[in-house]
Write a protein that binds this ligand. Sequence first.
Ligand code: NAD
Ligand code: IPM
Ligand code: MN
Length: 361
Amino acid sequence: MNHWKIALIPGDGIGPEVVSQGVNVLKAIEELDPSLSFSFKEFPWSCEYYVNNGIMMDDDGLEQLQEFDAIYLGAVGYPGVPDHISLWDLLLKIRKGFDQYVNIRPIKLLHPDLTPLKEKGEKEIDFLVIRENSEGEYAGAGDWLFKGKAEEVVLQTGVFSRKGTERIIRYAFEEARKQKKTLTSISKANALNYSMVFWDEVFEEVSREYPDVQTYSYLVDAASLFFVLQPERFEIVVTSNLFGDILTDLGAAITGGLGLAAGANVNPERTYPSMFEPIHGSAPDISGKGLANPLAAIWSVSQMMDFFGEEEWGKRILTTMQELLNDKELLTPDLGGASSTEQTGEAFIELLRKASLEKQR
Ligand code: NAD
Ligand code: IPM
Ligand code: MN
């Protein structure tokens, strides 16, 4: 029997609404698979927690989380608490503190109706973005000088360490080799004359160790164009923290929107827990209304299953999502349906049960 301990951080806005659906999926899996069990502990850390306690998470929060196999997070950030505080003191603190330096974000079209792109289907839109997740433009280094004065100067320094750059690029090469896919590096060395020149050099250097992997290197502006016009160019993509953030929202746009896009924050060495989350935010514009699409959060459960070595379940969650997507009735309004978060979650679980019981027969 495999037992996994999962820390829940539902967070803000639609975060709790979608996480509760993801937890229901985990509970259904537990019921369907006698070889698996999960335990959950919920942490209240959020903007509401900040308003009441003056902190986003307990001072020893990372120590509290250390004992878990995985963290399942909803979303963080809400009007009333400055975003740079709520995100830096919770989400980014965990990503950095737990050295979750690999951010894995699949850009995979699950149903032909979901893409706004003409003449592109599941075959053309199927790639993986591997985003550097620990430093780069998100290093948090900088200064704010002469605040409020005429001479005011703000510095935001990107930090690209040899170790940090090499390990993410190497991770991407390993993935490309394993999956027998091409690898595309996305950077911007024509304008970012230190960081991205260095990035490209490291990519070139590491590529020499992987002669079996076909590589491409694009500037981020051209890559954005190709995401929309020729997504079939991409199989595995490796890019920096900020570029990866922006490009994966664009990736979401060509595969059904933020209601479907998921991401895994992975510490490959497993020294620390990894964290699974939808890539969307707390969506204050729709929160509390039952409008949030739970499928992004459910896709991140699929990533969690893969991470636990339960790839069968990972795959089955995706095929069940594909089945669900065939019937608009069962979808939330962002995908043209009229179902609530809960109804979509329940419909998903019903299909998952059916598929699993059929399999057992
Ligand atoms: P957002 O992702 O919350 O929302 C962008 C748009 O997508 C909104 O119109 C929203 O309604 C829609 N949307 C998002 N998720 C959806 C879902 N599951 N179903 C249906 N529609 C969905 O981004 P934002 O509005 O720029 O940010 C809101 C807050 O969330 C901010 O505080 C921001 O900092 C934070 N944020 C947090 C995370 C995170 O915790 N991982 C990620 C992004 C943004
Ligand atoms: C994401 C989010 C975060 C990021 C924010 C909330 C700090 O946009 O996970 O994509 O930029 O990484
Ligand atoms: Mn983002």
